[in-house]
Design a protein around this ligand. Structure first.
Ligand code: CP
Length: 321
């Protein structure tokens, strides 16, 4: 694996998932493969899980991880080609990225979308600039449109759960449901989850959201899409809860309808489904306390699995170097 930006960088999803689960069973089995190598973790936005799980994963492989909070401690970066830098930006990515490529063997980057300019966000200007100029493998820690480490973790968590409850196999029904939120959020997690579940191809996949919350078809094609949440939830095995802002009329909140929040009553429609969320979550806005604190919530296991997904990805990149 050269870079890890989307599911398209993965040749065999199941093999990568099994590798992550093998690391969960034996975290230090490859503790020397990253010896004498460093990864840089660059954050242009906040993080709890991604930052810490990737650092733990790197340490398990013998890599030295160095975190740089670019948003708080770095020079303001310019990404526009040919920019006349007479405004607030101080350093062009063309100058910064090759230097970072000399300091690190792998660069990991988190850069959220502006939610103001769809074309700019969906062109993945930041991630593509680092790929172009750094000269070392790039790992997305969540980009303007996708969150691949989260989605790999989500498939790991689903497969792990299925190995416990359905050893004979069979296709699970997975429902991605929109949830209310007070702020306009990126589409990244939903886009990425849809992209990975579709590429994985081993589930009946349904997406449900209010009208006008359609995601980019590039990611959702292959899923059943409905505005009827109750119908979607029927016989679900996994319910993935996430808010996103509008894609078509970009970055807006059209609805904050609390009826879209998942409750125990709605869970009665499912096949004793397990509930997933990438976190952070706004309790009793996106998801009720009763669900988050109840026996069907996988959110803590899911967040824990972030380590093993990151470790599997870093290991694949190290192997290819
Ligand atoms: N799920 C996730 O990416 O969490 P953080 O934003 O805390 O990294």
């Amino acid at each position: 694996m050269k870079n890890f930006i989307s599911v398209n960088d993965v040749t065999d999803i199941n093999a990568l998932v099994e590798k992550a689960l093998a690391y969960k069973a034996n975290p230090l089995v490859d503790k020397t493969i990253g010896e004498n190598k460093r990864i840089g973790l660059l954050f242009l936005n906040p993080s709890l899980r991604t930052r810490l799980s990737t650092q733990v994963a790197a340490k398990n492989l013998g890599l030295e991880g160095i975190v740089f909070n670019v948003d708080k401690e770095g020079w303001a970066l310019e990404f526009e080609e040919g920019a006349i830098m007479s405004g607030t930006t101080v350093e062009h990515v063309k100058d910064a990225a090759p230097i970072l490529g000399q300091y690190f063997d792998i660069l990991c980057i988190r850069a959220f979308p502006s939610l103001k300019n769809k074309e700019e966000d969906y062109s993945e200007q930041v991630m593509n600039a680092f790929i172009k100029f750094a000269g070392v493998p790039i790992v997305s820690l969540e980009s303007a449109t996708l969150h691949p480490l989260q989605s790999l973790t989500d498939i790991v968590t689903i497969k792990e759960q299925m190995q416990k409850t359905r050893p004979a196999g069979g296709k699970p029904k997975i429902v991605l449901t929109w949830a209310p939120h007070i702020k306009p959020l990126p589409q990244c997690v939903a886009n990425s989850f849809a992209q990975w579940v579709n590429a994985w191809g081993e589930a009946d996949f349904v997406i449900t959201h209010p009208e006008d919350y359609e995601l980019d078809e590039k990611y959702t094609k292959g899923a059943t899409i409905t505005h009827d949440q109750d119908a979607a939830l029927k016989e679900a095995d996994f319910v993935y809860v996430k808010n996103w802002s509008t894609y078509t009329d970009y970055g807006k909140i059209y609805s904050n309808d609390p009826d879209w929040m998942l409750t125990e009553e709605k869970m009665q429609l499912t096949n004793n489904a397990k509930v997933m969320h990438c976190l952070p979550v706004r309790r009793n806005v996106e998801l009720s306390d009763e669900i988050l604190d109840g026996p069907d919530s996988l959110v803590t296991t899911e967040a824990g699995n972030r380590v093993w997904a990151a470790q599997a990805v870093l290991s694949e990149i190290l192997k290819a170097q």
